[in-house]
Design a protein around this ligand. Sequence first.
Ligand code: ATP
Length: 485
Amino acid sequence: MAETLEKLDDLVSLCKRRGFIFQSSEIYGGLASCYDYGPLGAELKRNVKNAWWKSVVQMRDDMVGLDCSILMHPLVWKASGHVDKFADLITECKKCNSRFRADHLADENGNTMEGASKAEHLKDKICPHPKCKCVGDFTDPMPFRLMFETQMGANADDSMTVYLRPETAQGIFANYKNVLDSTRMKVPFGIAQIGKSFRNEVTTKAFIFRTREFEQMEIEFFCEPGTDEQWYEHWKEHRMKWYTDLGINPDNLRMRDHASDELAHYAKGCVDVEYKFPFGQGDWQELEGIANRTDYDLRRHQCGMRSTTSWFENNRDTEKTTIATENEDYHKGPLSFFDDQAKKRYIPYVIEPSAGADRGTLAFLVDAYAVEQLEKDTRSVFRFHPKLAPVKVAVFPLVKKDGMPEKAKEIYDDLKPHFNCNFDVKGAVGRRYRRQDEIGTPFCVTVDGQTAEDQTVTVRERDSMEQTRISVDKVKSYLREKLDM
Ligand code: ATP
């Protein structure tokens, strides 16, 4: 019998105890909503990102990667609409003065509401602040800008306000032409990027689910208008399969179409890939958004490119700059694509699968977590897919004598260049197995008394706990096959 996770706190404390995730700046009392990945968490998250990169870049002929700087020309964010529109509607509780996202306030039955725009809509809503918990005494919702600003440049006369990027996507749009000009890519093709993004979220919650600094894994896939629906379907299927291939229980995963009033004005379609987290407001929460963004972004950047002059004339004031209006022949603009076979020019449509690396990591942690009742005791285990497991193999001597530690060390040294390995000699071997189960190590190799006699070891598998005797010279190839590495 296996128990899955019921309380987020159990996961949070296990993650801290075993070095997956720590509160940021903990020695100074912590910094809210910021987290650090410890030794095992860094491996896990890196494996998530590598698995994504392999699936969307390495394995495809129609995709390339990119790694943009976080700071970009501020007009990028003006043209994209973020400077003027990237805000959440917030409301203030008149009693405790705490601010909340209007759409996150719950009614007395715990249901949240989308699109709250007036205080009267918030009448029976509950303030989730622990100090107050009052019902329905809120100010009219007002916009709260989510982009972090900082100053760039040391001289007063040429320093300017720049933004920490709130998404990685715009760096892809800004480099789309560079990629076309420097590679042999032709539409349809896509650009993928993994990197940090920053949002001054009004409410952060649920561990690494919503933080103010996070990592995104984003794709912009450029295609000919008219083929966009087909690519949209392709990416929906591709991305769902990625999660389930990496072990996410399909019962905990679903796609939810955005309702028409939820859809961004430029988007032709949008679905959220949602995971059934065992906590939060209603269980299903977004892991990834997949949107058909049409030709909106490239068209906006064509206008933005023409606005640079006014930006300089405006003493570099992004807020005051008005983005140039669109030319009638925009489809021939600098960001258009010329299809030399069909002899036509157009602005490509874009399908955007946009995933969170931290939210994904949280879903993989939650989905893999189990506490199992065994005959004599219980064990806590992360049933990670081998590709994601932070440690792939642990090597032990059964006891600390008769040359077993030396032989085990020899095997460990031989495996180390190929897999992320642990070597452990401390305590009873059963305890060592449990420690590895708890961090999700798929295989343990044990040197015992028989090893010296016939050059075999036991290989124990995490999920079935079955042990197989294998000759020492076959261990590497056995693990390679089982781990698919
Ligand atoms: P939400 O509605 O949860 O705020 P969103 O719809 O604003 O998310 P997108 O702008 O579509 O999110 O970003 C794409 C992905 O980036 C999300 O699906 C999520 O995985 C991740 N993401 C966005 N904001 C955060 C955050 N504050 N913390 C962690 N991950 C985030």
